[in-house]
Design a protein around this ligand. Structure first.
Ligand code: HEM
Length: 470
């Protein structure tokens, strides 16, 4: 033990090396079913920072709120970039480590080093038109989200004016995928097959690997098209802001956008729906009071979609919590655990009408999420349309029995079974072509690719879900 002077006086710091601590596996069945218990056990045993085994590779997990902020806010002391990982440089990370494929893609979320700042600046610039409320591009995006949401709800309604649906598979997952396709500027509904592949990749089933290959090839093709003929879309804006990006690099960034948009926004929407249906009356009232964003803020605070962040690395030997983190050790910040830290949790009164913004669900410091406004808008519009178009929505399972899926990075609902009643007469007999025209401001966004979409693999899949829900 070494003695170090911390904020609260002198503390004993354990100088034992990470490799020698024989850390316990993090990704157990308990982590899948009751992650909060796992975090609390680790906190009791180790304090604010715990050694854990991530599928055979040792790492530090930051559980303390103050320590998480310390890491996130000091990018020089805790840089990202796998080149900083001592064990990886020494060849100690197995080539077939299951987390390798998601971390070895060198895009903006993972990257450190000299290339990062200009890439991040380009991301900020490329997202700006979509996030600046006064910009025509932001208005088009909002109109598109509304139209996509309405199309999906109409499709659910083809199962009957009342019925049972899985709002995860039939709404929260496809909607952000369609939005991603819009951001990426896929011509027509060509992107839909790529979206299905993204879905397969995220589900990590047996067809995930070929799906990933197809997806990367499609994104590389899209990148080449945008390089030749720039349009009003994210890839073209990113290229304009960072002309030095190679096709490969651009394709990687597009993959990152697709992954972040499709999984995390979907999780946020499903969690918000559950909160509105089963939370106290305040959540439902918040919809009519136009305070849906406040509800979402509570939701991400209690259930952050990104539960553990990709690793940072100690730039030099540094005391953190009760341990010394050696230079090059990997450090994973857990927003889920930090939010349960009494230092944070005890200051968040559940009864307070306004929730705190001091949570870590969007990250902190200069690497925090650049797409927060975009993600919140998509989720708010989507949830808003649901509660407008359905006069009644109820969970088909008790809230505490809803099935969850977890990865080392995210946690979200596997399915969201609901009983619904449509507010207006269902359009089940109307073939897609004769469905009522969307509102004029949305028509130009949706109509050009509508009939093509009806033939796409995504739509065929969604139509199949209606039959099975009957
Ligand atoms: C509900 C949805 C989302 C949540 C909860 C979320 C959360 C986060 C968090 C916590 C980080 C910081 C991770 C870290 O520090 O290691 C982050 C980074 C990032 N997010 Fe998001 N995000 C969401 C949606 C999106 C979307 C839709 C996009 C793209 C359109 C996006 C793009 C990014 C990028 C590029 C970074 C890396 C920033 C950097 O390292 O400089 N996110 N996000």
């Amino acid at each position: 033990m070494e003695s170090q002077v911390g904020e609260s006086g002198s503390v004993d710091v354990d100088g034992t090396r990470l490799e020698e601590l024989t850390p316990e596996p993090l990704l157990t069945r308990d982590y899948e079913t009751r992650p909060s218990l796992v975090y609390e056990r680790l906190r009791q045993r180790h304090g604010a920072v715990a050694p854990v085994d991530l599928l055979g590779v040792p790492a530090w997990l930051v559980l303390g709120y103050r320590e998480a902020l310390e890491v996130l806010q000091d990018d020089d002391a805790w840089p990202k970039g796998l080149e900083n990982w001592r064990a990886r440089t020494a060849g100690e990370v197995p080539a077939d480590w299951p987390l390798g494929p998601s971390l070895e893609v060198n895009h903006v979320l993972i990257q450190g080093g000299p290339g990062y700042p200009s890439l991040r600046t380009a991301w900020d610039a490329a997202l700006k038109p979509f996030q600046d409320p006064g910009h025509p591009q932001a208005k088009r995006l909002k109109a598109a989200v509304t139209a996509y949401a309405d199309d999906l709800i109409t499709l659910v309604g083809q199962g009957g004016g009342t019925g049972v649906a899985d709002l995860s598979a039939q709404f929260s997952r496809p909607l952000p995928l369609m939005v991603a396709s819009h951001l990426l500027g896929f011509p027509g509904s060509q992107g839909d097959d790529a979206l299905m592949d993204m879905w397969r990749v995220l589900d990590a089933g047996p067809d995930a690997e070929p799906a990933l290959e197809r997806l990367l090839a499609t994104l590389a093709e899209l990148a080449a098209v945008k390089l030749k003929e720039p349009g009003d879309d994210f890839p073209s804006y990113l290229l304009a802001a960072h002309p030095g990006l190679s096709l490969d690099e651009l394709a990687r960034e597009l993959f990152m956008l697709l992954g972040m948009t499709s999984d995390h926004v979907g999780i946020l929407m499903s969690n918000t729906v559950v909160e509105v249906i089963s939370g106290d009356g305040g959540a439902r009232a918040s919809l009519s009071a136009g305070m849906i964003r406040e509800t979402m803020n509570r939701v991400v605070m209690r259930k952050p979609p990104l539960v553990n962040f990709v690793p940072r690395f100690a730039a030099e030997d540094t005391p953190l919590g009760n341990y010394t983190i050696r230079a090059g050790d990997p450090v994973w910040v857990s927003s889920a655990a930090a939010h349960a830290d009494p230092l944070f949790a005890d200051h968040v009164a559940p009864s307070s009408t306004i929730s705190t913004r001091a949570h870590l669900s969007w990250g902190a410091g200069r690497r925090q999420c650049p797409a927060r406004e975009l993600a919140s808008t998509v989720a708010a519009v989507g949830v808003g349309r649901l509660f407008e178009r359905f006069s009644h929505l109820d969970l088909a399972l008790p809230a505490d029995q809803l099935p969850w899926r977890s990865s080392p990075f995210m946690r979200g609902l596997r399915s969201l079974p609901v009983r619904y009643e449509l507010a207006s007469p269902p359009e089940r007999t109307a073939p897609p072509q004769t469905a009522p025209d969307p509102a004029p401001e949305t028509a130009d966004v949706v109509l050009p690719d509508r009939s093509a979409r009806q033939r796409s693999s995504l739509w065929r899949y969604l139509t199949g879900l209606i039959r099975s829900a009957r």
